[in-house]
Ligand binder design. Structure first.
Ligand code: NAP
Ligand code: ZN
Length: 359
């Protein structure tokens, strides 16, 4: 391993070492010393996003091994650099998908750092100093102050962790496309980590929400716990037909290859579908449901820092957290295997240095 002069802090983490295993293993590595603009965070919890699995398995062909996944990180500040004024030791903070950007382009100036063409992901990215970034499946994180957010006091650090990716990834397009107005109708395709937060946001903002799922077993929880108004099994033609042209918006979170055709038919004329999922194979996009319904398909990549803080503050106000299964660090591989077979309700969160699910 190449040694960078100021990378002197020894950290324990969990890394996938190669593409064959689909697993992580304990991994000791170095992080940089806390710089003048940095905060050091004792990681308490880290959510397990399906993106972690895509990277561990090298689904997209871009993984740099060893990869320490994790971009739904919450914890407590233990050190602040000399130029840091916004954070103090003891603050409850979070870090999401992004750990650096150019800070100067039109996107960075608008706090859309996620669309900067020099964006550095929190793991499997290349940082300003040329080193590869390691994520939150680790005991300690060093983060530039501009890429750190505050967790509202009333939100527990474990159930809030997935908001750092799942939350902002659905909030950002919901806001951009005007979905956060009551009275509209929203379809959420795929009831997993991202999907279940989209349902919660939809209900908090007064939308009528339909879940479109491949898992009939999720219906009861979707309706009773998450307060979804409708639940459609996507393989049930009759149910799908009954919902034709009924929705203003759809958020598609399905992590596997699928066709947008039948889903687009659920949109009203002029309806909008936002694809946030990133399957390793291209999704099918037949033109007829697009052109006959004057419908729009767009994409969205996580969110900027300002918007992430705004989303967290709203979650604080509305008391929105994620439905999680807390796992210990010796059960990460078990959780990955369950995620791979779509057996999650609705996000695994690793207890790395936290004590309990209480505040
Ligand atoms: P997840 O928790 O695993 O949920 C994905 C859902 O997709 C599952 O719960 C399941 O819902 C459905 N699904 C899974 N396999 C399927 C299959 N073979 N056919 C049909 N439906 C299937 O994943 P997640 O963490 O929410 O992430 C979802 C996707 O978004 C991933 O591809 C991830 O990489 C991507 N992502 C993108 C961004 C971004 O910035 N755009 C950010 C985070 C994640 P049902 O059981 O209800 O069918
Ligand atoms: Zn994610």
């Amino acid at each position: 391993m190449e040694v960078t002069p100021n990378h002197t802090q020894t950290v324990t983490g969990w890394a996938a070492m190669d593409e064959g295993s689909g697993k992580v293993e304990p991994f000791i590595f170095k992080r940089r010393e806390n710089g003048v603009d940095d905060v050091t965070i004792k990681v308490q919890y880290c959510g397990m996003c399906h993106t972690d699995l895509h990277f561990i398995q090298n689904d997209w062909g871009i993984t740099m091994y060893p990869v320490v996944p994790g971009h739904e990180i919450t914890g407590v500040v233990t050190k602040v650099g000399a130029n840091v004024s916004g954070f103090e030791v003891g603050d409850r903070v979070g870090v999401g998908c992004i750990s650096a950007s150019c800070l100067d382009c039109e996107h960075c100036r608008r706090s859309e750092e996620n669309y900067c063409d020099k964006v550095t992901l929190t793991y499997n990215g290349v940082f300003w100093d040329g080193t590869v970034t390691y994520g939150g499946y680790s005991s300690v994180l060093v983060a530039d102050k501009r890429f750190v957010v505050r967790i509202p006091d009333n939100l527990p650090l474990d159930a809030a962790a997935p908001l750092l990716c799942a939350g902002i990834t659905v909030y950002s397009p919901m806001k951009r496309h005007g979905m956060l107005r009551s009275g509209g109708s929203l379809g959420v395709v795929g009831l997993g980590g991202l999907g279940h937060v989209a349902v919660k946001f939809g209900k908090a903002f007064g939308l009528r929400v339909a879940v479109i799922s491949t898992s009939p077993a999720k219906e009861r929880e979707a309706r009773e716990r998450l307060k979804a108004d409708d639940f459609i099994v996507s393989t049930n033609q009759k149910q799908m037909q009954a919902m034709t042209r009924s929705l203003d918006y759809i958020i598609d979170t399905v992590s596997a290859k699928h066709s947008l055709g039948p889903i687009l038919e659920l949109l009203k004329v002029n309806g909008k579908l936002v694809l946030v999922a990133a399957p390793d194979q291209p999704v099918e996009l037949p033109s007829f449901p697009l052109i006959f319904g004057k419908r729009t398909v767009s994409g969205s990549m996580t969110g900027g820092l300002k918007e992430t803080q705004e989303m967290l503050d709203l979650c604080g106000e509305h008391n929105i957290t994620c439905d999680i299964e807390l796992v210990s660090t010796d059960r990460i591989n078990e959780a990955l295997a369950r995620m791979a077979r779509n057996d999650v309700r609705y996000r695994f969160v690793i207890n790395i240095g936290g004590n309990s699910s209480k505040l």
